[in-house]
Write a protein that binds this ligand. Structure first.
Ligand SMILES: Nc1ncnc2c1ncn2[C@@H]1O[C@H](COP(=O)(O)O)[C@@H](OP(=O)(O)O)[C@H]1O
Ligand SMILES: [Mg+2]
Ligand SMILES: [Mg+2]
Ligand SMILES: [Mg+2]
Length: 350
């Protein structure tokens, strides 16, 4: 198919980056480095940059000549006074990851690392091909030792044509309330999707692949929903009103990052609601990989007006009010509940 080579490269890059992040998260949790260093020296920053440098480097090796990357981080802070030590740590981490993989036989210098990070400065758009990367989505989850994802997608003529979500802390088995997570369950999932070819999941450390499908639940009373852990990222009171109008019985599953899209794509829950507070503009790297993982698994991702997300306008998504995600059957009821809830909220309180 059209994007086989790109998909293989994206899986490789995201898996390597996820391994790097895992290593840093482990060290972070064991030594509690956060309390010892300032924000710029924290391993989370090191992991964000390391993941971006690694993905950028791998993609450029695989596709020399034709390369455009829209990514979250840049090297501005690293180039400031005092940044040298952090750059050295990132360089060491990236080189260790490349050595453990063994494919490229190179050792990168600090300058190579800064350049790799900065090659993510493309603006994207409606023409040509652009990679879209969130090197660590859910930084807050990462710091807490909780959920985060490496999210990589490819845009072709403004459309997302493939997406990979590496989710190092997501259990391999369902996290829905019906299947409580046992602490012995293995964690680490990788979801990948290519346009027209479905969504698949594999263990981050293995190669057995299963096709996944969104939940087939039609009765909202049996549905459960995802939302951001952070109330600052999505209005919990609004989603709770929507859930109440729909008749959803289960409590929300609150989680950081695009892991929500991955979990929904395999039916762990049936609805994801995201209502940023006034004025926040969503970035394409926060949704590109997640949205194709869900749509290729049979789900629907739209804004409140029912419009598909438009990834062709540059770094930002231009959307009406919020993002709603579900299966085809629940969507009409969900729209009604969302509209009624928004109308109720905008009425002046007596
Ligand atoms: N006020 C806000 N409203 C909505 N999203 C926000 C936000 N501030 C930050 N974000 C985005 O929310 C992402 C995390 O999503 P979630 O809420 O699903 O965990 C962050 O990604 P990063 O962690 O990559 O910076 C960030 O881009
Ligand atoms: Mg993000
Ligand atoms: Mg990020
Ligand atoms: Mg960020």
């Amino acid at each position: 198919m059209a994007y086989d080579k790109e998909l293989a490269a994206a899986i490789k890059a995201a898996s390597l980056a996820a391994r790097l992040c895992r290593k840093v998260q482990k060290a972070l949790l064991q030594s509690d480095v956060r309390s010892k260093h300032g924000r710029n020296k924290s391993p989370v920053t090191v992991a964000d940059y390391g993941s971006q440098a690694l993905v950028s480097f791998v993609l450029q090796q695989e596709f020399p000549g034709e390369f455009s990357l829209v990514a979250e981080e840049d090297s501005n802070d690293l180039r400031k006074d005092g940044g040298g030590e952090i750059v050295e740590r990132i360089t060491k981490l990236v080189n260790e990851s490349l050595t453990s993989d063994g494919s490229y036989g190179v050792s990168l210098s600090s300058e190579d690392i800064l350049k790799a990070i900065d090659s993510g400065k493309s603006e994207g758009g409606s023409q040509g091909r652009h990679w879209v990367l969130d090197p660590i989505d859910g930084t807050k989850g990462f710091v807490k030792g909780d959920q985060y994802a490496v999210a990589l997608a490819l845009l072709d003529s403004g459309n997302v044509v493939l997406g990979v979500l590496a989710c190092p802390n997501l259990p391999l088995t369902s996290i829905s309330f019906a299947h409580p997570h046992s602490p012995n369950n293995e964690v680490g999932c990788l979801f990948f999707a290519e346009v027209g070819r479905g969504t698949y999941m594999q263990p981050l450390d293995g190669s057995s692949t299963v096709k996944v499908q969104v939940s087939a639940v039609e009765n909202p009373e049996e549905a459960s929903f995802f939302e951001s852990y952070e109330a600052a990222h999505s209005m919990h009171d609004l989603s709770s009103l929507i859930a109440q109008k729909l008749g959803v019985k289960a409590a929300p599953i609150r989680m950081d990052s695009q892991v929500k899209y991955g979990a929904l794509s395999r039916g762990d829950g049936a609805i994801y609601l995201r209502f940023p507070r006034n004025g926040y503009r969503e970035k394409i790297w926060d949704h590109a990989a997640g949205s194709i993982v869900v749509t290729e698994a049979g789900g629907v991702v739209t804004d409140v007006a029912g419009k598909q997300l438009d990834f062709s306008k540059g770094k930002y998504l231009d959307l009406d009010t919020g993002i709603i995600v579900s299966n085809q059957k629940l969507m009409p009821l969900l729209f009604d509940a969302v509209r009624a809830s928004l109308a109720q909220k905008s009425k002046p309180q007596p």
